[in-house]
Write a protein that binds this ligand. Structure first.
Ligand code: IPM
Ligand code: MG
Length: 379
């Protein structure tokens, strides 16, 4: 995809001689199913622009496979420069097929593009919400009476911990040894703990810290700092679970959770687990935020090479990423709710992409996008 501009809602704006908001959005199409699902997300964004009279300027940015082909690296400087001129970033999944993971095009996409992107923009707060929609309850691998009504938010630390700690590989006593260091500073815990308490305050007032303080000193620090921060939030109740128990409780009684605060590694694992409570990882967006309104919005799933190019992928994760961007970066709350409502309406009507079958009528990626666009216009 050529890097360039495209204006959405411009015609509408000229006609009315005004526009409510003007936002510049950096788009990473991503690999394999990425461009297919991002195209649907962009259609939905255009519908929101028309309906609510916003101007969304789209800047296509190159990273991962596309950038590797052109520049020989996964996240070129020029991409970061252009990204920093945007109000928010919307990203498709990065990564290659499992059988090609040693090919230089795909080896280290995570370390070469995903992690540096998060780090560069200091996006230390990662939000992953799991809501079990009534229309999809029956798809859950967990019993309907257990998942009914689940609405939980995982607040995952995203720019520190074992992902970014010192790494070492060496030979000791004639055998290979490798290590990754889990290190957190109290300031890194405090800033994300505050965010988690704020979210809990505006939801159901309950925060669960998840760590492993019976074994890890870094987890002891998470508990200490989070308990200190709790004193600023008398209206939020704080409890604590070890991560192994939390993984079990997510299946046994997921309704007990409101907001879950956890480190980078545990958040990665628990958010995949939580996502399938609702039936499919293909539904889930995430938001990554720092100290400003700037944010990165992306599906939590990968690039699914095996179904790419067949109009099979579920675009809802990318479409709901648009909703999160509208809410957190642009403070367009009615617009965000309209997108979420449109998704719920289309699912309630029984339309299903392949990942959501066997129940319902099968629709392709494009048709799902078109139906959600229509629903945005009619909400
Ligand atoms: C995620 C992904 C990434 C992560 C990978 C692709 C590096 O699993 O966003 O959850 O581990 O953070
Ligand atoms: Mg993950």
């Amino acid at each position: 995809m050529e890097t360039g501009f495209c204006l959405l809602g411009e015609f509408e704006q000229q006609q009315r001689g005004e526009n409510v908001g003007k936002f510049r959005i950096g788009i990473f199409n991503g690999d394999y199913i990425g461009p297919e699902i991002m195209a649907e997300a962009v259609k939905v964004l255009a519908a929101v622009g028309e309906k609510y009279r916003h101007q969304f300027d789209l800047v296509y940015l190159e990273a991962s496979g596309e950038a590797y082909d052109k520049y020989g690296e996964h996240l070129p400087r020029i991409t970061l420069e252009r990204a920093s001129e945007c109000d928010a970033l919307l990203k498709g999944p990065f990564g290659g097929p499992p059988e090609d993971l040693h090919h230089p095009k795909w080896a280290n996409v995570e370390k070469g593009a995903i992690l540096p992107l998060r780090k560069h923009f200091n996006l230390y707060t990662n939000l992953r919400q799991t809501r079990v929609l009534p229309a999809l309850e029956a798809l859950s691998p967990v019993k309907v009476d257990v998942v009914h009504g689940v609405d939980l938010l995982i607040v995952r630390e995203l720019t520190s911990g074992i992902y970014f700690g010192a790494k070492q590989s060496r030979v000791v006593d004639g055998e290979r040894e490798s290590s990754d260091v889990e290190a957190y500073r109290e300031s890194e815990i405090r800033r994300i703990a505050r965010k988690a308490f704020e979210y809990a305050r505006h939801r159901r007032g309950k925060l669960t810290l998840v760590a492993k303080s019976n074994v890890l000193v870094s987890s002891v620090l998470w508990r200490e700092v989070t308990e200190e921060v709790a004193r600023e939030y008398a209206d939020v109740s704080l409890d604590y679970l070890h991560v192994d128990n939390a993984a079990m409780q997510l299946i046994l009684n997921p309704r007990q959770f409101d907001v879950v605060l956890t480190n980078n590694m545990f958040g990665d694992i628990l958010s995949d687990e939580a996502s399938v409570l609702s039936g499919s990882i293909g539904l889930f967006p995430s938001a990554s935020l720092g100290d400003s309104r700037f944010g990165l919005y992306e599906p939590i799933h990968g690039s699914a090479p095996s179904i790419a190019g067949q109009d099979l992928a579920n675009p809802i994760s990318a479409i709901l990423s648009v909703a999160l961007m509208l809410r957190y970066s642009f403070e367009c709350l009615p617009e965000a709710s309209a997108v979420e409502q449109a998704v719920e309406t289309v699912l309630a009507q029984g339309h299903r992409t392949a990942d959501l079958l066997p129940a319902g009528v099968a629709v392709g990626t494009r048709e799902m996008g078109d139906r959600i666009v229509q629903a945005v216009h009619s909400t």
